[in-house]
Structure formats: structure tokens, C-alpha cells
Design a protein. Structure first.
Length: 402
């Protein structure tokens, strides 16, 4: 069995790893900080290292962590499944969708998932041998301390916490914390030999759009965003149980994520809910996903007007799609005048609003247009609200708070 495992892991290492990460495969530091620009492959390596250890070592319980538990399905769990399939390792792993767990058939090593939105659940998990924290900037220092305390006791192999993140705020605790036995690696998109060429050019284009964005997301350096467009949306745990009106915003994508956002309207206040945020969706995939998202005809869906063919296909599939008004400046000004709420489960909305910024010229002067990067949910929201702004309100239903 050991010979078979060694052959599998050797092949897996040679065929899949970016060279900049190879020296870290065997590193046993308790803390492994992988940060840098977008598209650098740091999250992929974190998944690769854990799979490598799962095949090679024994008696492991790996914990996958995000701030919000439900976002693990579309991030670490989805990435691990993709790595398993692309490396022809499916026969060696049992994947359980119901609880986002993965079990290695060779030795019983297990991946489990949990979010810091339920700290009590974290406290009840025992026997963790290593942890992967994705989008670590979402967590506060208290979250990290709680996770660190869970990693204790005698194990057959070394214990490690891997943190993957973009350096969005130089004042963040991740940039100031001092830890013993910590290894840090910064990477950029230029370190990733597998990067999609289109995304490569998107990152390159940030150089001409905004120096601070380019610094953070392309060069992978710590930055401070001073030209943020929106204040963070107020977070509510409870939304009205019924709305006066309901609309949707849709930003098409393929290599970039497609964003489909539900907006409930009550008393001229607006309540956001993420329904779809996913890359590589064909039009037929999108139609199926919309119908699976509890969408009900004839609720209006305001779409990117640059895609008339897709809008017509949605109409043909009994989705009440409309082209949106796309005046960016007027749309942003209108959004700023509204009272908008979000939930803590709207991970991508809440993340985008924190970095959505006006572009700057080479002299640092602010321009009217935002930087075109990480804006898919916010574009969808603007399409819906700005285009729908003349809609008259309907009579108020009785309201119960959930």
C-alpha cells in the first residue's frame, strides 16, 4: 500500500504543481501564510498540498474554514473536487456532498468543513490535524485565535494552518501579527503557469485603470483603498417575510462569474440576496440555475444590455428578462441614495462592496468610472435598481419578521 501511495503522490506532484510552490510541499511550519495577487494559484496549491498529505500520510482530519460556512461549497470544496478529477484521483476519494466532506479511500483521512459564523460548532470539533483558511482576510483575529486553539494534541504527522488571501488592507491583523514557526510566501499571477490568458490580460489592464488595484491584485502588495465607492451595506439577520416588489439583477459572465441577485423591496428599502455566483455557466446552465433558485415568472430580471442574444434566450425560457440602463455614473449616484441591506451569507456582495473603487489617473486623480474588477454582484445590483427606479410601489402586504 505504501508503494502504491508513493507512486500516486509522486505523479500528482510532478504533473500539477507550479514550481514556486514546490519547496513548500514538505514544509512543516505550524503557520503557512500564502498571500499575493489574484490568479496566483495560492488556493490551488493549498488544496494540492492537503490532497498530497491525504494520500501520503495517515490519521488526518483536515478542516476547511471560511467566515461563512455556506461559501465553502463554492470555494475549497469545489476546488478539491476539481483537483481530484483533473488529477484522475477520483477512485481514491469518496466525496460526500451532503456535509461537504471528503474521505480518502486508501487510509480514511478526512476533510470536513465549518464556518466561523458558528463558533460553537468549531469548539465541538475534535481531532483536527491541519486547517485551511480560505479568504483569511474575512476573519478577525478572535476567529483565528479560536481556530489556533483547536489544533492541539499528539498527531502522527505535523499540524499546520494554511491561510490564503489577497493583501487588501495594510492595516489588517494578517499584516501585523507576529507568530513563531510561521512561513510566508507572496505570489502573483506571473507565478502561475496555468493561468487563463484572458484573466492574465484582465490583471495586466489594472495598471492603466487604478494604481492601487494593480498594486494589490496584480503585484500582490499590501494596499489601502481610499477611493471606495459605496459604504458597506448594513447587515441584517432578519428580512421581511413579504415584499411589496421583487426584482433581479443579472451580470453575465463565463470566465468571470455570472452574478444573479434577488432584491426585495419594502417601504423604499432594498434587501439583497445572492442566488447565483458561478463561473463557466453556459446559457442553458444559467437558465437551469435560475429556475432552480426559486425564481417565479413574471418577476423582472434586469440584465447586461450588451448581451441581447442571451436576454432573448432567457425570455424564450420563461424568464422575464429586460436589458438594463447602463449609465454607470448615474447608476452609482442613484444606488448611493438608497437604503440597502445585506445578509452575512451574501459573501460575494459583501466582499465586492469593500473594494469597489473609482479608478484613478496616473497622477492619482479620481475618475468617474469604477475599476472593472471584482464588480459582478454590484453591476447586477445597479442594473436592477437603476433600471427599475420608476416602478410604482404596490400596496403593502402584512409583514412578519423572520
Amino acid at each position: 500500500m505504501e508503494h502504491v501511495t508513493n507512486e500516486i503522490t509522486f505523479h500528482f506532484m510532478l504533473s500539477n504543481f507550479n514550481s514556486c510552490f514546490v519547496p513548500l510541499i514538505e514544509k512543516q511550519n505550524r503557520y503557512l501564510f500564502l498571500y499575493g495577487g489574484a490568479g496566483s494559484g495560492k488556493s490551488i496549491f493549498a488544496g494540492q498540498k492537503l490532497l498530497f498529505r491525504a494520500l501520503k500520510e495517515t490519521n488526518h482530519k483536515f478542516l476547511l474554514i471560511r467566515k461563512v460556512a455556506r461559501t465553502i461549497r463554492g470555494s475549497q470544496f469545489s476546488l478539491l473536487k476539481s483537483l481530484i478529477d483533473s488529477s484522475n484521483l477520483r477512485e481514491f476519494f469518496y466525496i460526500r456532498e451532503s456535509d461537504l466532506s471528503i474521505i480518502c479511500n486508501l487510509n480514511g483521512n478526512t476533510f470536513i468543513s465549518a464556518g466561523m459564523d458558528d463558533r460553537e460548532k468549531i469548539k465541538s470539533i475534535h481531532g483536527i490535524t491541519s486547517v485551511w483558511i480560505e479568504e483569511a482576510t474575512e476573519l478577525n483575529l478572535q476567529d483565528f485565535r479560536q481556530i489556533d486553539l483547536r489544533l492541539r494534541g499528539k498527531t502522527n504527522f505535523y499540524k499546520q494552518i494554511i491561510l490564503t488571501y489577497n493583501p487588501v488592507d495594510a492595516l489588517h491583523w494578517l499584516n501585523t501579527i507576529q507568530l513563531k514557526n510561521c512561513l510566508t510566501l507572496k505570489t502573483t499571477y506571473k507565478d502561475n503557469k496555468f493561468i487563463d490568458p484572458e484573466y492574465f490580460h484582465v490583471l495586466e489592464s489594472l495598471k492603466d485603470q487604478d494604481p492601487e488595484y494593480y498594486k494589490i491584485y496584480a503585484k500582490g502588495e499590501w494596499g489601502i483603498k481610499r477611493n471606495i465607492i459605496y459604504s458597506p451595506f448594513e447587515i441584517l439577520k432578519e428580512y421581511p417575510s413579504a415584499f411589496q416588489d421583487e426584482i433581479y439583477g443579472l451580470d453575465f459572465g463565463f470566465n468571470n462569474p455570472t452574478a444573479f441577485i434577488h432584491i426585495g423591496i419594502y417601504d423604499n428599502q432594498f434587501y439583497l440576496s445572492e442566488k447565483i455566483y458561478k463561473s463557466k455557466l453556459t446559457t442553458s446552465d444559467l437558465i437551469s440555475s435560475i429556475h432552480s433558485s426559486a425564481y417565479q415568472y413574471p418577476k423582472k430580471v434586469y440584465c447586461d444590455s450588451a448581451e441581447p442574444g442571451k436576454i432573448q434566450e432567457l425570455k424564450n425560457a420563461r424568464i422575464n428578462a429586460y436589458p438594463s440602463e447602463k449609465s454607470v455614473k448615474d447608476g452609482i449616484d442613484y444606488i448611493k441614495s438608497l437604503k440597502i441591506y445585506s445578509k452575512d451569507t451574501n459573501n460575494n456582495i459583501n466582499k465586492e462592496v469593500l473594494s469597489y473603487s473609482y479608478s484613478q489617473d496616473k497622477n492619482g486623480n479620481l475618475l468617474d468610472d469604477p475599476v472593472k474588477f471584482n464588480d459582478h454582484c454590484l453591476d447586477a445590483i445597479r442594473y436592477a435598481l437603476f433600471t427599475h427606479r420608476h416602478t410604482k410601489s404596490t400596496p403593502k402586504p402584512q409583514i412578519l419578521w423572520l
